[in-house]
Design a protein around this ligand. Structure first.
Ligand code: SF4
Length: 304
């Protein structure tokens, strides 16, 4: 979630004159550390998160754990986020003080309470905390995350949770791989969230999880408005929420090109490459791609 909210947290801490210690970008060492200290049954993002914590546990005095419960009203984040502080406290030795307070972003009052609680770890000045909070909100509002590769005629909608789409180590650099094959990418943040609401109506029950709402709404928007040639869903093996989202999407998109890539710590890059190449070949067979794209893809195959 750091990909989504880093302007807020960095600005807030900076305004409080805290020295910020960031873990490195996800890499093999971080993955190995996480796999070693996390329970086997956890999904890969949770293992990677453990690795990030373990890599800087002895370098800081306070560790901020994103126990996010809600981003918006009426929808919830995965329960694994709710249990993150306890998982970390029980899996990693020598951790510094960690934050336990839950984060409710759907209520200004509750968010302020969380911010005040966090700030109190750093300064006694409520006024300073409030000023830092205001600046942090402004920094977050000025930021937008999504990707839309305008320069490509053909695009693939890349679907998944922010830590699956924007962590290039996790997804083995899928965006670069697609670009090298002459295909651009579009992600859910680029399309407005408002039209997504209409997409849930035909469902028997409104999705409970916000990841499901966003992924499903985004895919339906792509499918109906045809603003991409196909959909690739990047998922983590063992993710309960995705197991529901993917089935819901599959039931609706029917013959629209749709590929699911499930990743865990044993997934090999060669296997990923083969599946992506097969997907692009299939789009070519369907005459879904332009001539320019086909020649880029052939060039890619000759050079790999
Ligand atoms: S939503 Fe899925 S991938 Fe994300 S933390 Fe929960 S189980 Fe893991």
């Amino acid at each position: 979630m750091y990909f989504r909210y880093h302007p807020f947290i960095l600005t807030f801490l900076d305004e409080l004159d805290a020295e910020i210690v960031l873990s490195e970008k996800t890499n093999k060492e971080i993955l190995n550390l996480g796999v070693k200290c996390c329970i086997d049954e956890a999904c890969l993002p949770i293992k990677i998160y453990h690795g990030h914590v373990a890599s800087i546990a002895d370098k800081c005095d306070l560790m901020i754990i994103p126990r996010i419960i809600k981003e918006k009203g009426g929808e919830f984040i995965c329960p694994k986020f709710c249990g993150l502080p306890e998982m970390i406290a029980n899996s990693i030795s020598n951790i510094p003080v960690i934050t336990y307070n839950p984060i409710y972003m759907d209520s200004k009052k509750k968010l302020e309470k969380w911010v005040l609680g966090l700030g109190k770890n750093i300064t006694n000045s409520n006024n300073k905390i409030r000023q830092a909070y205001k600046k942090a909100v402004r920094a977050q509002e000025a930021y937008s995350l999504g990707i839309e590769d305008e320069q490509y005629d053909n695009k693939i909608a890349l679907v998944g949770h922010p830590y699956c789409i924007h962590d290039s180590f996790f997804n083995m650099n899928i965006i670069k791989k697609l670009n090298n094959m002459g295909v651009g990418v579009i992600t859910e943040e680029v399309l407005s969230k408002e039209p997504f609401k209409d997409q849930w109506e035909p469902l028997f029950k409104k999705p409970f999880w916000d990841f499901t709402k966003n992924s499903y709404g985004f895919c339906m928007n792509i499918y109906k408005n045809y603003n991409a040639n196909g959909i690739i869903y990047v998922s983590s093996f063992g993710c309960g929420i995705d197991s529901v989202s993917i089935e819901l999407i599959k039931n609706r998109v029917k013959d629209f090109p749709f590929l699911v890539l499930k990743i865990d710590e044993h997934t090999g890059e060669a296997g990923m490459d083969t599946r992506i190449e097969a997907f692009i070949s299939m789009l070519i067979e369907r005459n879904d791609l332009t001539e320019d794209n086909i020649s880029s893809f052939r060039k890619h195959l000759y050079t790999h």
